[in-house]
Design a protein around this ligand. Structure first.
Ligand code: NAD
Length: 356
């Protein structure tokens, strides 16, 4: 039996509750499909500040680098909000992503038929549902470019610069084509090539690499149009690939149109199989410790780990199918129950395990 070493970063707020739910689901699916796991917890965020005085202890970095894959809950909360910048829990997220060399962010935005009522878009627009995978470049572009202040013609000035190398573009574009190949084989590359040089290089490289993937239909879209198309006709998209800043903005827009923050997983990947899997939501301090959080985003993050890190397709699909089933059965945690009877975090986890 194959056994995978998983590092657990439970973090703060609801982090420990939802990570523990995902661990229970992994253990159950592992038994069914003969896949073994070892789980090793490491401190991160506020919990790490409280115990060791810093948000990302070296032991955590070393532990994650020695794991086959890493599952993260969420970090942060009001208790640590007034600390100096380098001591903020959020600093740990940037630190661990950099240490693991995670240059790809995969964010699915899927509208579940059972949750159509949560979608803020008009009914006729989402009649056919949508299932989008956003592939965002995570370690380059304007967030990492040269920046600063200077005296300009009109006094104080600030600047940020965007630059992308061929290597950075090629590797993320290849991830996107590979992802599209495994899905509905449609790739939309989003840029601002009518204005930006980085976008023109990006577009050129997308079309060079397209030659290696004749089975994938590729098109370009300007980012302003993409922002409109996501709310006008989201079902036209399968895989989207884009730069760091455009991806940051568009992936939040895409998550909002699903209407359910507690449902959305994500993966951040480096070359090979190393990755960090986490829900897109935060630590929800308002409901922490109450057994109320929706564990599905974290459970689906674990399913993404099975697929992308370990290629355990059957086990991954069993989890996503079990989530579909519990939603079809009308089971809901409080965030989606609209005041009706709601399941607790542990009850929802039990229901998913029963449906595996
Ligand atoms: P949040 O995502 O934690 O919460 C926003 C709202 O959504 C809250 O009402 C919360 O109760 C609800 N919510 C979130 N996840 C839920 C779930 N699984 N089930 C049910 N309800 C859920 O965002 P916020 O309130 O802006 O931030 C709270 C803290 O989380 C802050 O300290 C912030 O810095 C941190 N944060 C961390 C991450 C991360 O670790 N990746 C991401 C975003 C925010």
């Amino acid at each position: 039996m194959k056994t995978y070493k998983i590092g657990l970063l439970r973090g703060d707020g609801i982090g420990p509750e939802i990570v523990d739910s995902a661990v229970r689901v992994l253990e159950a699916v592992g038994k069914k499909y003969s896949v073994g796991f070892t789980f090793t917890p490491y401190l991160i965020g506020g919990a790490a500040i409280d115990q060791c005085g810093q948000p990302l202890p070296q032991e955590t970095v070393d532990g994650c680098l020695n794991s086959d894959s890493v599952l993260l809950g969420a970090v942060g909360g009001p208790k640590w909000d007034n600390l100096a910048g380098h001591l903020r829990p959020e600093k740990a997220l940037l630190g661990i992503r950099a240490a693991m060399g995670l240059f790809t962010n995969l964010r699915p935005a899927k509208l579940y038929p059972a949750l159509k009522a949560e979608c803020p878009l008009r009914e006729d627009i989402v009649e056919n549902g949508f299932d989008i995978m956003i592939v965002r470049e995570l370690t380059g572009g304007i967030y990492f470019g040269e920046r600063g202040y200077r005296e300009g013609k009109y006094g104080e000035e600030a600047y940020d610069t965007e630059s992308y190398s061929r290597m950075e573009i090629e590797r993320i574009v290849r991830v996107a084509f590979e992802t599209a190949k495994k899905r509905r084989k449609k790739l939309t590359s989003i840029d601002k090539a009518n204005v930006l040089e980085t976008s023109r290089l990006w577009r050129k490289i997308v079309h060079e690499i397209a030659g290696e993937y004749p089975e994938v239909e590729v098109s370009d879209m300007l980012v302003d149009n993409a922002a409109m198309q996501l709310v006008r006709n989201p079902s036209q998209f399968d895989v989207i690939v884009t730069s760091n800043m455009f991806g940051d903005i568009l992936s939040d827009e895409a998550s909002q149109i699903t209407g359910s923050i507690g449902m959305l997983p994500s993966a951040s990947l480096s070359g090979g199989t190393r990755g960090l899997y986490e829900p897109i939501h935060g630590s929800a301090p308002d409901i922490a410790g109450q057994n109320k959080a929706n564990p599905i985003a974290t459970i689906l993050s674990a399913a993404m780990m099975l697929l992308y890190a370990f290629d355990e397709r059957e086990a991954a699909e069993a989890i996503t199918a079990a989530v579909d089933k519990v939603l079809d059965q009308g089971l809901r945690t409080a965030d989606l129950a609209r005041g009706k009877e709601a399941l607790s975090t542990t009850e929802m986890t039990d229901a998913i395990i029963e449906n595996l």
